[in-house]
Design a protein around this ligand. Structure first.
Ligand code: 13P
Length: 261
């Protein structure tokens, strides 16, 4: 416990390291993956940025073998149990077994297409973290929530479910992804992103701890492109981005290099 507190205190004194995630979703084949690995190798990628790409499970080992050293691989999902009769699922233990340390959890497509509840996502996060994984935890409101003025209420509800189960936040990166901005070309304005990021950080300060609020990276996701990434990255509480479509293209390198703070 003491060592955890020390780690938090130290982290709070350091600036948050810029983080760019690529979420490939259910895209790619070996030929196109070779192309992505090639442009990542060519880079050059800013050494002061953590870069993690979320890869379809079936290609994780293939990608891991081809990525440059400074780019890490994430799974796009995992289950809340170590093993057993859960056909079609993969466990954190399996991911660790093949050397994958990161997992994306709570993506809006998991929530909205596959019906994953706040509770299930919280259990998955807890199990993944307890098993030594690092988690990109996605949260975000639907268009009707935003139009009803419920954005903060929704992200707080999603976070609260996780906070009830997560004991240690050092290995969590939060990605705020407004659902109306995902894959639509309709990015949140830098001011809209900053407003919600500040609400998330404030909530963390009050409900978890000031140290966790200071140290936790909060990424923006939703139609991030080479054109809008710098303005988003300038915002005080935006610590990077989680990129869908543009992570499949060489533009991703520009987004990684948009660390303007
Ligand atoms: P797009 O960048 O394609 O909008 O996707 C964002 C996303 O869902 C990343 O997880």
């Amino acid at each position: 416990m003491l060592s955890c507190l020390c780690a938090d205190n130290q982290a709070s004194k350091m600036p948050r390291r810029f983080f760019v995630g690529g979420n490939w979703k259910m895209n790619g084949d070996k030929a196109s993956i070779d192309g992505i690995c090639e442009f990542l190798k060519q880079g050059p990628l800013d050494k002061n940025v953590d870069v993690v790409v979320g890869v379809p499970a079936v290609y994780l080992e293939y990608v891991k073998a081809r990525l440059p050293e400074d780019v890490q691989c994430a799974a796009q999902n995992c289950y809340k149990e170590p093993k057993g009769a859960f056909t079609g699922e993969i466990s954190p233990a399996m991911l660790k077994d093949i050397g994958v340390e990161w997992v994306i959890l709570g993506h809006s497509e998991r929530r909205n297409i596959f019906g994953e509840s706040d509770e299930l996502i919280a259990e998955k996060c807890c199990h993944a973290l307890d098993n030594g994984m690092k988690v990109i935890l996605c949260i975000g409101e639907m268009l009707e929530d935003r139009e009803a003025g419920k954005t903060e209420e929704v992200v707080v509800r999603q976070l609260t479910a996780c906070a009830k189960k997560i004991k240690e936040w050092a290995n969590v990166v939060v990605a705020y992804e407004p659902v109306w901005a995902i894959g639509t070309g309709k990015t949140a304005t830098p001011a809209q992103a900053q407003e919600v990021h500040a609400q998330i950080r404030n909530w963390m300060k009050e409900k978890i701890s000031p140290d966790v609020a200071d140290a936790t990276r909060i990424l923006y996701g939703g139609s991030v492109s080479a054109d809008n990434c710098r303005e988003l990255a300038k915002q005080h509480d935006v610590d990077g981005s989680l990129v869908g479509g543009a992570s499949l293209k060489p533009d991703f390198v520009k987004i990684v290099n948009a660390n303007v703070k």
